[in-house]
Write a protein of this length. Structure first.
Length: 230
């Protein structure tokens, strides 16, 4: 029989609303500053190349990939993949996002500790997240608080990953802003580019908050807070 716990909404809804707002705000901010032309009409791909070159990094390739804001750095192949609007775009938004991803490549090259930690957590997180849902589901089906608690412990791996992601993303944005200042961008342009990056950072904050609230719910249902199985 299907069972829905209304208490879950008290924990899930704030995270879902925050995530929805952060996503909307990020897209709106990106589109807003996509109308602001970058100094000298430099594209996102050109800005990323310049940032990598200034850091002495020559072994990272820059490719165009499909999707809106699908930009990312692949440490395995040392490839910077930028969406069309970022790769070709000559706006403050495009330059900011491209330089942010270049910041990840620089983190990788310099052995940035938080990035190394996040990378090492990826395979573990994927495994324990999958197992946690199975264990927690079985725990609810059989009303086994100990099993729910075990699932919550496994799920905490995903929570840790989302928290470790925060300093990684913040540092990449800071590297991008510093590069833009050194490249002669006005303080106004850097500030506006920072608005795009800060908006994107909120999506990671929302993910961390959502995972923490979900973990709290699992722990509640395990009886940890009440001392009994509900």
């Amino acid at each position: 029989m299907f069972f829905f716990d209304p208490v879950y909404l008290l924990f899930a809804l704030p995270g879902l609303l925050l995530a929805a707002w952060a996503s909307f705000y990020t897209q709106a901010t990106f589109k807003r500053f996509s109308q602001w032309r970058s100094p000298h009409g430099i594209s996102g791909a050109q800005a990323a190349y310049k940032m990598l070159s200034s850091a002495g990094i020559r072994d990272v390739s820059i490719e165009e990939t499909n999707g809106f804001l699908s930009d990312h750095y692949d440490p395995n192949s040392k490839t910077l993949r930028l969406s069309p609007s970022v790769y070709r775009g000559a706006s403050l938004s495009a330059v900011g996002v491209a330089c942010h991803e270049a910041g990840h490549a620089i983190q990788h090259a310099k052995g940035y500790a938080w990035l190394k930690m996040r990378t090492s957590l990826v395979p573990v997180t994927n495994t324990v997240s999958y197992l946690s849902y199975i264990v927690i589901t079985l725990g609810f089906l059989f009303h086994a608080s100990n099993m729910i608690f075990l699932g919550a412990l496994l799920f905490s791996g995903a929570v840790l990953f989302s928290i470790v992601t925060l300093p990684v993303e913040w540092d990449a944005s800071n590297r991008a802003k510093k590069m833009l200042l050194l490249s002669g961008y006005s303080s106004e342009n850097v500030q506006n580019t920072g608005k795009v990056l800060n908006a994107a950072f909120l999506t990671y904050v929302a993910a961390a908050v959502s995972s923490l609230l979900t973990l709290a719910y699992y722990l509640l249902r395990s009886g940890l807070f009440s001392g009994r199985d509900d």
